[in-house]
Design a binder for this molecule. Structure first.
Ligand code: RIB
Ligand code: CA
Length: 310
């Protein structure tokens, strides 16, 4: 079976790390590049974390450094969830590998040209690298087969009542993406908050016994405690859910929608504006909002992929 070329853009924090581990086990995909962006923690840490996690799952994908700052707004971080190091305080060995020499936006564009309409882009951090690629290469949108993101929400947020972290961290870049005319498959909080493991299930994952499973259990402990402090049932696997959606959408529900990003509001800054209802009269409903997940099927697939490690 011909593999699908995939580019993964991330701000490796703990759920990005799990997403990278899943990617390394998905035979459907050929990961042709990984780019890093400032987000959960700063760019040096997200890049070093990405290399460490790729070593952990024996996946020597080329890594390209991206943006150290958002395109316009001031930088925010999510270290309160991911820890100051970005991996929940779990120290993986420093990688011997280094990032490639060219920046993410040039490498991503070159890959899009090379794969001539077949490249699938999965972005699970702030959209800054995509915004910079769109700015520099006007023909980029026409070269991409699919754009799947973890970000946004039809209802609510997780940093403010209006905004989810990846969008709020760079609303101007996200707005460029949603405005560029290419369909965005938005794996937002509506779905990813349902893609959780309870404390007991996370322990069960760790008991699979491999170093990768133990790392997943351990690095997510801080995020689990943070979620429990908000009376959530467990820890949301935001980025892994987006990767599993990109690989197999049968355990998900997605709806065509008009989506735009608020960049002028004060209390609504960074909101992905959509409601899966009132936009039905709009002509432009080019995006997909992934709004639901079969959590049992998600958990089974997650465990199946982790069980491949010995
Ligand atoms: O809101 C969740 C998103 O923000 C995830 O991608 C997480 O890694 C953080 O980047
Ligand atoms: Ca992320």
């Amino acid at each position: 079976m011909k593999k699908i070329p995939v580019w993964f853009d991330c701000d490796t924090g703990v759920d990005d790390a799990i997403a990278l581990i899943l990617l390394s086990q998905l035979e459907l995909f050929e990961v042709v590049g990984v780019s890093t962006v400032a987000g959960n923690v700063d760019l040096d840490k997200t890049t070093a974390n990405t290399l460490r996690v790729l070593d952990l799952c024996h996946a020597p994908y080329p890594v390209f450094r991206g943006a150290a700052q958002p395109m316009m707004r001031s930088q925010i971080s999510a270290s309160y969830v991911h820890g100051a190091d970005g991996l929940g305080g779990v120290m993986l060995p420093e990688s011997d590998r280094k990032p490639e020499s060219i920046p993410a936006w040039d490498a991503l564009y070159q890959a899009a040209v090379k794969y001539a309409g077949e490249l699938v882009l999965i972005a699970v951090g702030p959209m800054t690298n995509i915004g910079l690629t769109l700015t520099k290469y006007k023909d980029f949108p026409g070269l991409i087969k699919r754009i799947v993101i973890m970000g946004g929400a039809a209802v609510g947020g997780n940093v403010t009542p209006s905004a989810e972290f990846n969008i709020l961290a760079d609303p101007e870049a996200a707005a460029m993406l949603f405005d560029c005319g290419v369909q965005v498959e938005m794996c937002g909080l509506d779905m990813t908050m349902k893609a959780y493991l309870t404390r007991e299930e996370l322990d069960e994952l760790g008991c699979l016994g491999s170093p990768q499973a133990a790392f997943a259990r351990d690095c997510l402990q801080r995020a689990l405690k943070f979620g429990e402090s908000y009376q959530l049932p467990g820890v949301a696997f935001h980025d892994p859910a987006a990767v599993l959606y990109a690989a197999d959408d049968t355990m998900f529900e997605a709806y065509p929608a008009w989506v735009r990003v608020e960049t002028k509001g004060s209390s609504t800054y960074g909101k992905t504006v959509t409601d899966l209802y009132s936009d039905k009269k709009y002509e432009m409903r080019e995006h997909l909002v992934v709004a639901d997940i079969d959590r049992d099927a998600f958990k089974a697939r997650l465990f199946e992929l982790f069980a491949r490690f010995k």
